[in-house]
Ligand binder design. Structure first.
Ligand code: DGL
Length: 275
């Protein structure tokens, strides 16, 4: 019994690993950290390989495997795949091949479908996510009752990964993606890629107040908490270690998106990765 309690305590002290094809997963990390402030975290931005959107599934699985091995070596009790595209491509494989629990992104088709009054919802996501099993399953269920208008957010990940969020070109690209959905009377737009909340204010300004944007990050944070509780590995003391971030992309980009998402009150170490 004492030994069992010791194991539980040991496990709860392990970290949570969060990864994305780049800096977009920071929008998810923010929500997870807000809900679970006592946990210790590792964040990996695979920016040198972004975007994942058009990458072959096997390559995404290989990247996800490599990052998961890296986390496991450092001691993690749970991994958040803070990337819709990597979730669509790799989460089944990861769950089959590792003991550590994985929490992935859910395309938030269900909440949008339940809340729509016009019967029209918009989904903005990458090609990989829209072509994935998870989205197809949801589309099959909810598409019987409402119209789902999906749009590939072509070019948005590249913009977010090159610090060009605030530019007139970005505004006109966003208008070209959002306005056709508005013409279909959508009243909810799902942000189906973790980079897209970085454009939230701009999208809201184009869509207007009558359209609700759905970012599934807080639902993912609640799922992380539930899994930790189920596994008796929630950390309840405040001795967390400082956030460690890893990126194979530009440090300047990482920091600017980090501060944009989390402000400047969260201390973190940023290490350069060469693979
Ligand atoms: N943040 C990733 C996602 O949620 C972006 C995918 C990409 O790199 O294309 O899908």
């Amino acid at each position: 019994m004492v030994f069992f309690l010791f194991l539980i305590m040991q496990n709860s002290q392990l970290k949570i690993g969060v990864f994305d094809s780049g800096v977009g997963g920071l929008t998810v990390f923010k929500q997870v950290r807000e809900l679970l402030p006592y946990e210790s975290y590792l964040y990996f931005a695979d920016s040198a390989n972004a975007p994942y959107g058009n990458m072959p599934v096997d390559d995404i699985i290989q990247r996800s495997k490599k990052i998961s091995d890296f986390f496991i070596e450092k001691g993690v009790k749970l991994i958040v795949v803070a990337c819709n595209t990597a979730t669509a491509a790799a989460i089944d494989w990861l769950r089959e091949n590792y003991e550590v629990p994985f929490v992935g992104m859910e395309p938030a088709v269900k909440p949008a479908s339940l809340m729509t009054k016009t019967g029209n919802i918009g989904i903005l996501a990458t090609k990989g996510t829209l072509g994935g099993k998870l989205f197809k399953e949801k589309e099959k269920i909810y598409g019987q009752y409402i119209n789902i208008h999906y749009t590939e957010g072509k070019g948005l990940v590249e913009i977010a990964e090159s610090s060009a969020i605030d530019s007139p070109e970005t505004d006109s690209l966003l208008r070209s993606l959002i306005e056709p959905m508005l013409e279909k009377s959508v009243d909810h737009i799902v942000l189906g890629c973790t980079h897209y909340p970085l454009f939230k204010e701009k999208i809201q300004a184009i869509a207007g107040d009558q359209v609700t944007l759905i970012d599934p990050a807080d639902a993912i944070a609640r799922r992380v908490k539930d899994v930790l509780i189920q596994n008796a590995s929630l950390c309840t003391n405040q001795n967390h270690t400082p956030l460690q971030c890893f990126s194979n992309g530009s440090d300047t980009l990482f920091k600017s998106v980090f501060y944009r998402c989390l402000g400047d009150t969260v201390p973190f170490d940023l290490s350069k990765i060469t693979w």
